[in-house]
Design a protein around this ligand. Structure first.
Ligand code: HEM
Length: 512
């Protein structure tokens, strides 16, 4: 009897333990699931210790991210050494970042080169969202880069295009190859230097060239130092000495611009400040002296702003023009169609002007298609201000966000034959109907984002378009082009963040 009672007791005890265990397991799993879904990071490829995903990333960053996104989805968490970011690769999520949650993604993060930056706290392009950035953006959009100021400087841009055509004509006459990459960078650099600080003030012809050289140095060094981001705190040791080199280049820039500020100030006291001739420096100095300005500008802010404009405007516009020429040379039928349009609208006796742009739809389509395939800033960099949800995943405050517009503008879900150069898709008659809203450059069409979108959209988009159309139009109107090496231009993309060509575009210009 006693044994049967003992067995029963044991039986109930086992059932009881089993019941409690099942209950605990149930609550454990439920609470685990709850915490996971509340902290769910965006999908991420398998990472290695220390290096994270570096082993999965090739030299052309936007292309590598595009390949990874095909496998891991349009929102990915990527870790490159000590640096973590979220990468966005489709139009729907870009809309979330640039429109639905624009305010939360309106800052930019600090980068590897920031600690060497003598203008720290005065930056505009890389500024955190706040009063200073808002003030400078308003100044850009209403004065510095607004239509009236652009209209005032039209002669500068016309003259620089004439000089470019003269230099190319010389190469053509002498049967020498022309380094179009160098020529187009000289063109944008000269245009922006003259619009910003008028070489008329200095009398020193080499100033634009000096600035050009300094920009080249900055971009190279800043690129190298950004790669140092993957080292985390170790980068402070500056093994390569690039930090010191960047500092020295910045000091040379500072001294040069300081001198130009003094020249502008003495011109202003002599009473030579006619409104029609005001350059960007004059407007900035007026704001500096304005006691009623919402934000009190300092000279450091002015120098930093000019540096930003040179860095943001020169190579971007030049790279886009190099790609445009490369594609036009490789597609003789498109080249011919464009020249026919120019000949019928402009005729043979003068160069293409800015006022012709509205009558040249095919030229506009060529430039749009170039920027679709080769956005000069292929990875748009933002930072998340507060924890939020994007596409169902949590993105934590301070996370760097890279919007891969290179991948978005080649997404087969948005574009027919996305990797092909087809300017016709931007004509009003096209079935793709991209051109119908004419909203692309304001970034309201989230499959087409060469200038970004939202509050931080490019401040120089209108200027860039004014520089590029007449320059490309004139080079097509006046010359036939033959690549220096081989039948076709090598359209390979260079390494890094930007979309430069891997090899400089060197061609023979021939009178048609
Ligand atoms: C083809 C030429 C150009 C391209 C493709 C381009 C593209 C871009 C992109 C993608 C951004 C970031 C936008 C975002 O975060 O949503 C940007 C920002 C900016 N760009 Fe451009 N850009 C070009 C030319 C220029 C020029 C000529 C200037 C002025 C001279 C300029 C001035 C700026 C400035 C000041 C910003 C920062 C705006 C801000 O943070 O609020 N850009 N650009």
């Amino acid at each position: 009897m006693a044994t049967t009672a003992g067995t029963d007791l044991m039986y109930y005890f086992v059932i009881f333990v089993w019941f409690i265990t099942a209950l605990l397991v149930h609550f454990f799993i439920k609470s685990c699931l709850k915490t996971r879904s509340a902290t769910q990071n965006p999908p991420s490829p398998p990472a290695l210790p220390f290096i994270g995903h570096l082993h999965l990333i090739g030299s052309v960053l936007p292309k590598s991210f595009q390949t990874l996104a095909r496998r891991y989805g349009p929102l990915m968490l990527i870790r490159m050494g000590a640096s973590t970011c979220v990468v966005v690769s489709n139009a729907a999520i870009a809309k979330e970042i640039f429109k639905t949650q624009d305010l939360n993604f309106s800052s930019r993060p600090e980068f590897g080169s920031s600690e060497y930056f003598i203008y720290r706290g005065s930056r505009f392009v890389m500024a955190q969202y706040g009063d200073y950035w808002r003030f400078m953006k308003k100044l850009c959009m209403t004065k510095l880069l607004a239509v009236p100021q652009l209209d005032r400087s039209v002669n500068i841009r016309d003259e620089e295009i004439e000089k470019l055509v003269e230099r190319v004509e010389k190469s053509s006459r002498e049967g020498k190859p022309c380094d179009l990459s160098g020529e187009l960078t000289t063109l944008t650099n000269n245009m922006i230097c003259r619009m910003a600080m008028s070489t008329r003030c200095s009398g020193n012809e080499n100033e634009a060239e000096e600035i050009h050289e300094l920009m080249r140095e900055f971009l190279e060094l800043a690129g190298k130092l950004s790669i140092g981001d993957v080292l985390g705190p170790l980068k402070m040791l500056d093994f390569s000495g690039n930090g010191k080199k960047l500092l020295s280049a910045l000091q040379r820039f500072d001294a040069l611009v300081e001198r130009i500020i003094e020249e502008h100030e003495s011109k202003a006291t002599e009473g030579g400040g006619e409104d029609q001739k005001k350059d960007l420096m004059d407007i900035l100095l007026d704001t500096f002296r304005d006691p009623t300005a919402e934000v009190k500008l300092t000279k450091k802010d002015i120098k930093s702003f000019l540096l930003d404009i040179f860095m943001a405007g020169t190579d971007t516009s030049s790279a886009a023009m190099q790609w445009a020429m490369g594609h036009l040379i490789n597609h003789p039928e498109i080249f011919k169609k464009l020249r026919e349009e120019i000949n019928s609208v402009v005729g043979p006796n003068r160069l293409v002007k800015e006022s012709d742009i509205s009558n040249l739809p095919y030229l506009r389509a060529v430039i749009k298609e170039t920027l679709r395939l080769h956005p000069s800033a292929p990875l748009i960099i933002r930072e998340c201000a507060e924890d939020c949800k994007v596409n169902g995943s949590i993105v934590k405050a301070k996370t760097r966000v890279l919007v891969n517009v290179y991948a978005i503008m080649r997404d087969p879900n948005s574009w027919t034959n996305p990797d092909e150069f087809v300017p016709e898709r931007f004509l009003e008659s096209s079935e793709e109907r991209v051109g119908e809203h004419q909203m692309e450059f304001k970034g309201q069409n989230f499959r087409y984002l060469p200038f970004g979108s939202g509050r931080r959209v490019c401040a120089g988009a209108s200027l860039a378009m004014l520089m590029m159309h007449p320059a490309i139009g004139s080079l097509v109107q006046r010359f036939d082009w033959k690549p220096k090496d081989g039948e076709k231009v090598d359209l390979k993309q260079g390494p890094g963040f930007a979309t430069e060509m891997a090899n400089p575009l060197v061609c023979y210009p021939v009178a048609p």
